[in-house]
Design a protein around this ligand. Structure first.
Ligand SMILES: Nc1ncnc2c1ncn2[C@@H]1O[C@H](COP(=O)(O)OP(=O)(O)OP(=O)(O)O)[C@@H](O)[C@H]1O
Ligand SMILES: [Mg+2]
Length: 473
């Protein structure tokens, strides 16, 4: 599902809440929002007003509670459904310092923001969708969350107890990125996830600046992973699905002025990572023209973590916050938001049925076979590996036969088949990972590795022989 990043602009009046049309009296900026989709920005010094169109535009009304609810209902609610359907999502709040990003994402005691509302509905919507499940259909639902900040380019775990825990960003084989070693909390209900949100907020780096009493000095990410497993005991069908959602409150861009060295260092890091984000977005926005641009994701921790959400498998939404006290900063945010609208991501369903898992396994097996064929030579360990592949293929064949009889098998048998599949996956991976062709330079080393593999495999082979006796005899 290839789609544009959805972009909304939220304008707050300089006083916090105020008139429906946002006109900042002192500094001559006038932001006029007639039709909920566009903003016209003008100042008396500039002759022509500039107009920008977005997916949504939100101006303040006289009720903050209503404003917070409207943003959630019109813009964010759909992402709860995307997440439950098995798609990855990401919601980012961007804007100058003091423009209301943290207020939009977290809210305050009386006006909850996007993050707590999203988490509440995640559990509520899941239970609504599954309350009519029959006896045959059971759905497992597991939610884990983590919370971290990017402070001066360092990733810091906000949920770890004790001293500050710094984490590294790693890349997976499929080129997506993740933060290694984060505290992931299993949350069973709304109260537990809300508790994690609060804990993360308490540990985040915040400081008073001349623009904002409680200015965020870091980019904060609340990360949710959802795992669902639906089993139909009547037909034996199993569908597993995993999805993630990143809820990101960025630090605000700011002019570096007065302040101590620490604050200046923070400000420089914030501006640097936001300018890398800007460059990444503008390259991705031009992506159609320059087929595959070299995107500098790695140049900042922020863009490296958000790689998948900006240019890959994700449904992404940007909320650009504007506080129209300064014409140039407001214009710059509106331009940034307008550019982001041109970026396309391609969310794919992260769901695998039992049969698809088997297909996946088969393709891994083909890869392994190819590797073995490519390396056909004088290697003394060669025949052992070939034998292993044959054994795996044999087991795979039995499993396939089992799949054909799927309609007749009971839930108990199905469970055993899944264990076999997992063991088979383990062995396939084990062989691929353990046998490092690039490193194995000498025949001697190959021999050693082969005998290790043989030992590991023999243990597992007895398992498969049992399975064979049980199902195919
Ligand atoms: N729409 C709004 N209505 C009422 N008050 C608001 C609104 N937006 C922000 N505020 C208030 O304005 C102040 C600054 O907002 P906030 O901290 O959310 O800004 P920010 O964009 O996160 O800034 P920074 O980049 O410095 O972290 C806070 O006291 C917040 O409660
Ligand atoms: Mg903030």
């Amino acid at each position: 599902m290839s789609d544009r990043i959805k972009v909304a602009v939220r304008v707050r009046s300089p006083q916090g809440n105020g008139p429906i049309v946002c006109r900042a009296s002192s500094d001559t900026v006038s932001l006029i929002n007639d039709d909920k989709k566009s903003f016209r920005i003008s100042s008396p010094q500039k002759k022509a007003a500039k107009e920008f169109t977005y997916d949504y535009c939100f101006s303040p009304t006289n009720s903050i509670a209503q404003d917070q609810a409207e943003i959630y209902e019109k813009l964010i609610r759909g992402y709860v459904l995307h997440t439950l359907e098995g798609y990855n999502s990401c919601i980012l709040a961007y804007g100058q310092t003091g423009s209301g990003k943290t207020f939009t994402m977290m809210g305050d005691q009386n006006h909850e923001g996007v993050v707590p509302r999203f988490c509440r509905e995640l559990f509520e919507v899941f239970h609504i969708c599954h309350q009519d499940d029959s006896n045959e259909l059971t759905t497992e639902f597991q939610v884990k969350c983590s919370s971290f900040e990017i402070y001066n380019e360092q990733v810091i775990d906000l949920l770890s107890s004790g001293s500050q825990k710094r984490c590294k960003i790693r890349e997976r084989a499929d080129k997506s990125t993740f933060v290694e070693g984060l505290e992931e909390v299993d949350v069973a209900n709304v109260d537990e996830i809300i508790e994690c949100i609060h804990r993360g907020n308490e540990n985040r780096t915040v400081r008073s600046t001349h623009m904002n009493q409680e200015s965020s000095r870091s980019h904060a990410v609340f990360h949710i992973s959802v795992y669902q497993k639906e089993t139909d005991s009547k037909t034996g069908t199993v569908v597993e699905c995993r999805s993630t959602c990143k809820l990101v409150d960025l630090a605000g861009s700011e002019r570096l002025g007065s302040g101590d060295t620490k604050m200046k260092h923070e400000g420089t890091s914030i501006n640097k990572s936001l300018s890398t984000l800007g460059r990444v977005i503008s390259l991705l926005a031009e992506a159609d023209r320059h087929k595959s641009p070299l995107v500098p994701y790695r140049e900042s921790a922020l863009t490296w973590i958000l790689k998948e959400n900006l240019g890959g498998n994700s449904n992404t939404c940007l909320i650009a916050c504007v506080s129209p006290e300064n014409y140039h900063e407001s214009l710059s945010t509106l331009r940034y938001a307008s550019l982001t609208k041109r970026v396309r991501t391609s969310a794919t369903l992260n769901s695998l049925s039992h049969i698809e898992q088997m297909e996946d396994l088969k393709s891994k097996l083909r890869e392994l076979q190819k590797m073995v064929n490519d390396k056909k030579s004088t290697n003394p360990g060669q025949h052992i590996l070939e034998k292993r592949v044959e054994d795996i293929q044999r087991t795979n064949f039995f499993l396939e036969q089992r799949m054909a009889k799927e309609a007749q098998i009971s839930a108990q048998v199905l469970q055993t088949a899944q264990q076999e599949r997992d063991a088979l996956a383990w062995i396939t991976l084990h062989i691929i990972e353990s046998f490092d062709w690039g490193q194995a330079e000498s025949n001697h080393e190959i021999c050693n590795r082969s005998s290790q593999l043989q030992k590991a495999f023999e243990e597992d082979l007895s398992f498969f022989d049992d399975a064979f006796q049980k199902y195919c005899a």
